[in-house]
Ligand binder design. Sequence first.
Ligand code: TPP
Ligand code: SF4
Ligand code: MG
Length: 273
Amino acid sequence: MSSQLIQDTFRMNKLPHIWCPGCGHGILMRGIAQAIQNLGLDKDKVCVVSGIGCSSRAPGYMDFNTLHTTHGRALAFATGVKLARPELTVIVITGDGDASAIGGNHLIHAARRNIDITTIVFNNNIYGMTGGQYSPATPTGDLGTTAPYGNIDRPFDICNLGAAAGATYVARSTAYHVNPLIKYIQKGIENKGFSLIEGISSCPTYYGRKNKKGDSVNLLKWQKDHAVDVKRAEKLTEEQLEGKFLIGEFVDTTSPEYTEEYQKIIDRLSKER
Ligand SMILES: Cc1ncc(C[n+]2csc(CCOP(=O)(O)OP(=O)(O)O)c2C)c(N)n1
Ligand code: SF4
Ligand SMILES: [Mg+2]
């Protein structure tokens, strides 16, 4: 990370961060800071909200208006912020567990409302902070402290979940694919509506170790070797896509935005009085 980016967008007195060496979360956090800086946003007009988890530590380090809330409720708090101060750019940082287990209901309803919030899910396929329990994003068969014989659940595809619920911008990148990640976050922030960007992260401490997938370098190499861009995937056969996952943009559309619709009611009622 360039030292200027750190000086400009991070709280120097909160660093160094508490993440384990090799954790992917720092790369994703840096991507968000870079996207905000690239867009030239006024720091005082940005609000970054998180729930609880390793991923949700990120706003503590970032020098914007920030809220570290309760597990799973980041989007509920962020919805309140956006309705009260619609002029703010509201960004949610959340984990796979935070967003799709305890916070799953908030995720689908924020997407359904198309409220102008950009949500970045740091997906490390596990509950990192609490010791490696399986999450709704843990692949079937993988190990966690609560699945010592292999997870029998089918995982959510978090992008498909957001798209099906009505998000108007949906994309996925990884800690390895940093430049597209930054581009998608920028596009998500620019989208007037609910944007969901899934960042595939890596947790060498729990997910990597429990599943014998190696250290952080191996986990990043896995992302490099298994990610296929959605446009390229169209030309590949099912066999060629076996064991791979898709990155890229899945939804980029428009729909009425929630706070604007809400304001229209306020304006109409004010005129009628
Ligand atoms: C209401 C509530 N339930 C459970 C917890 C315990 N808890 C804290 S973080 C966490 C899981 C975090 O996993 P994830 O969202 O994937 O983030 P990660 O740590 O993997 O980045 C849980 C279950 C809590 N803090 N509050
Ligand atoms: S436990 Fe996993 S997710 Fe949490 S800081 Fe360590 S490597 Fe990162
Ligand atoms: Mg997680």
